[in-house]
Write a protein that binds this ligand. Sequence first.
Ligand SMILES: Cc1cc2nc3c(=O)[nH]c(=O)nc-3n(C[C@H](O)[C@H](O)[C@H](O)COP(=O)(O)O)c2cc1C
Length: 152
Amino acid sequence: MKILVVYYSRTNVTKKIAEEIANELNCDIEEIKPKVNYDGKLGYIRGGKDAMSAKIIELEECKFNPADYEIVYLGVPVWAGKSANPMISYIKENENSFNEVKFFVTAGSAGFDGAFKQLEKFVGKAPLKTLALTTKEVKRDKYREKLDIFLE
Ligand SMILES: Cc1cc2nc3c(=O)[nH]c(=O)nc-3n(C[C@H](O)[C@H](O)[C@H](O)COP(=O)(O)O)c2cc1C
């Protein structure tokens, strides 16, 4: 089965899970790289604002076409109770290109449901499965069981 992992990660938390999934499934992996700078304190504030308005931004060119894959895993951090907008921008850029999808989301503590709902709305279909992990769970490697269920 052809599988693609696509993720956005500002501070490498979601990236850790994305890389683990791609390693386990031995599949292609794509990092979403925004042309907007979300680094540092100013970037944090900009990110919160842009997420709230689901702002569509420009992205660096991607390597893979999601339409070529049976399942695309989309991974993103929660920003202001929503999906970080670089992922929303990626989905918009690839409208109607997704076959089956699975969502994995990381957050400090809350906002998973808001992010999942928004991802589902923009993709236009319900995910096969979802995975919600806190930053702590990821950093302390406390996600094995949940990740195994997600990958089944
Ligand atoms: C702009 C911004 C807004 C955030 N909003 C939330 C939030 O609403 N709820 C929450 O629990 N964590 C929030 N966080 C924390 C991140 O979701 C969390 O640290 C995540 O694991 C970071 O993943 P990353 O390293 O892949 O970027 C926010 C972080 C940023 C930068």
